[in-house]
Design a protein around this ligand. Structure first.
Ligand code: MN3
Length: 240
């Protein structure tokens, strides 16, 4: 082992000890949904996402979506007893309200899980996801630049996702508003960026590109690898 490797190994170990992100939990709620706490504090992403910005996004925007979703589900018996991802896949194509509220809740849940405090992060995806990214785009940097281009190309409100086709192959999907690529099983998303203005306006004003650049510094690749291996690569929705 080289000194450099040993040094990096020890550094990773030391930093990992201070990682304070909540372990991934599949809440598996049916019929009634809650706004869960973020898996880290509002201050934890401060260098790239201001705490006020994160707080309003979570406690105001996401909370309003959860409220609407519960109203929607409570009024329709066929929508009850389903996980949010099931609701979305089953009724998202035919009901605009499901698309908005179930889509919005699912998207934000995945979005929050996808980040972590600096001490929990590593620079690049490894393992089967790292290999799949390299075989699809060439290098991690090529993937990043493709994803960044998609993020800039969404006109108005929407999301960009790294997702897997049902055969496990990867692609990037850009979607309008809260539509999820899970609808119609277009692909199975596991890392996304919210490019609605509410996600970045307070801090980055109209500079979406600066927000997208900052995004890469918050991505928790350890958990994203898990989401890919455990769900998306098998043609399954990540359970939230
Ligand atoms: Mn949002």
């Amino acid at each position: 082992m080289s000194w450099k490797r040993l040094f990096l190994g020890l550094l990773t170990y030391a930093l990992a000890k201070n990682c304070t992100k909540q372990e991934y939990t599949a809440y598996k709620e049916r019929s009634s949904f809650r706004l869960h706490d973020l898996p880290y504090t509002y201050q934890d992403l401060e260098d790239y996402m201001w705490q006020q910005s994160l707080y309003f996004h979570h406690k105001k925007h996401h909370a309003a979506i959860v409220k609407q979703l519960n109203v929607l589900v409570s009024n329709k018996t066929e929508y009850q007893d389903l996980l949010v991802e099931e609701l979305l896949m089953k009724y998202g194509e035919t009901d605009n309200e499901v698309r908005k509220w179930a889509g919005g809740h699912y998207n934000h849940m995945l979005f929050w899980w996808g980040f972590g405090p600096a001490a929990c992060l590593k620079a690049e995806p490894e393992g089967s996801l790292g290999r799949a990214i390299n075989s699809t785009w060439g290098t991690y940097d090529d993937f990043k630049s493709n994803f960044t281009t998609y993020s800039g190309s969404v006109f108005g409100s929407g999301w960009v996702w790294l997702c897997a086709n049902s055969d496990g192959s990867l692609r990037i999907a850009a979607v309008k508003e809260e539509r999820s690529p899970l609808i119609g099983e277009e692909c199975f998303p596991f890392l996304g960026i919210d490019v609605w203005e509410h996600a970045y306006y307070l801090q980055y004003i109209q500079q979406r590109s600066d927000y997208v650049e900052a995004f890469w510094n918050m991505v928790d690749w350890n958990l994203i690898e898990y989401f890919y291996e455990e769900f998306a690569s098998k043609g399954e929705a990540v359970v939230v």
